[in-house]
Write a protein that binds this ligand. Structure first.
Ligand code: ZN
Ligand code: ZN
Length: 336
């Protein structure tokens, strides 16, 4: 169970989920033949009942699996409250309704987005698409957000290759701010801001990283994270569900190549956040929002972390120590 509290200063909803502290942590190495240190590795035949009880892995073989998180940070489907009032007048809180799903990329522990077959990455995109529409069918859900936290430095507690899908009962503040920008650009310029940005990037070319089908991968003009890259479809679409089959396949190819570029950039697996930004549920700005995926890597050099410290976390003012144009050239230059 969890609850939502509105920060009166930032107007941001904060989710408080007290039970999350119980979440299992793995060593990152699945023991040979078993992997029971990892709750996502398949349970071997002959495992004890205790071992079976701690496993979150699906039974049987699969390509991509999706299931509700046993330790949801968003409260789960049963809305409730953690605390009993009274609270001072002026404070707002709400039941912590929310959904948190786990998406396993493979039964294997030692693979990642770039080492699983292309057809499986395509299936992963289709899972994001299908779960997004299924979760939006619940009128209590305002925003569905697929993402991946890859690596310990980013806070992933389990190394098994997986991502997550959150469904929030509100529109997260960063997304809400972008929606406002997109809306005012449409009103003032009469066109989609992301379509406009895509044209600017193609015209300038210096921050281009890769292209596949109608998709373009580029370092944004003003990135917040080192070697941040945005993936944008050339055809205006608000959600994955609006993509055609060829566009889904192209995205899968581009995603795999991006992870290979990142891993090749400093010669070690990149730790990153990868996020899928789709249109919100309602009022559905179907013709307003332009689908985007973003990678937010955490390393600014080999094993040198970019920390979100005082300026970034405290003031929301991000600092970069490399030119975005140079970042793009480095990513383009990775031997594939
Ligand atoms: Zn595992
Ligand atoms: Zn657009």
């Amino acid at each position: 169970m969890s609850e939502l509290r509105l920060d009166p200063l930032s107007r941001e909803w904060i989710t408080i989920a007290a039970r999350r502290i119980d979440r299992p942590v793995t060593t990152g190495v699945a023991p040979a033949g078993g992997g029971l240190l990892c709750p996502f590795c398949p349970v071997p035949p002959g495992a004890s009942p205790e071992m079976r009880a701690t496993s979150e892995a699906p039974r049987g073989d699969y390509d991509v699996a999706v299931f509700e998180n046993r330790f949801p940070s968003l409260g789960g489907p049963d809305a409730g409250m953690l605390s009993a009032g009274p609270f001072a007048t002026g404070y707002r809180l709400a039941p912590g309704f929310g959904r948190a799903e786990i998406v396993l990329y493979s039964p294997r522990h030692d693979v990642h987005l770039a080492s699983i077959p292309e057809s499986r990455v395509q299936l992963l995109v289709e899972v994001w698409r299908d779960r997004t529409e299924a979760l939006y069918a619940d009128p209590a859900v305002d925003y569905v957000f697929p993402f991946e936290n890859r690596g310990r430095d980013i806070g992933a507690t389990i190394d098994h290759p997986h991502g997550q899908i959150y469904a929030y009962p509100f529109i997260p503040s960063r997304v809400a701010r972008e929606v406002e920008q997109v809306r005012s650009h449409r009103e003032e310029e009469g066109e989609c801001l992301q379509c406009d940005i895509l044209r600017r990037e193609q015209r300038e070319g210096r921050r281009m990283v890769d292209q596949e089908g109608t998709w373009t991968a580029f370092v944004p003009f003003a990135p917040r994270f080192p070697s941040e890259v945005h993936l944008v479809p050339g055809r205006h679409a608000g959600r994955l569900a609006e993509l055609r089959g060829a566009e889904v396949a192209a995205l899968a190819r581009l995603l795999r190549r991006m992870v290979r570029r990142y891993d090749g950039l400093y010669g070690s697996p990149m730790q990153y956040m990868m996020c899928v930004y789709q249109s919100s549920r309602a009022p559905r700005p179907a013709d307003l929002w332009h689908l985007r995926l973003a990678f937010y890597p955490l390393y600014r050099a080999q094993r040198r972390m970019k920390y979100l410290a005082g300026s970034e976390s405290g003031a929301g003012a991000f600092l970069q120590d490399a030119l975005p144009e140079a970042m793009a050239a480095d990513l383009r230059g990775v031997a594939m």
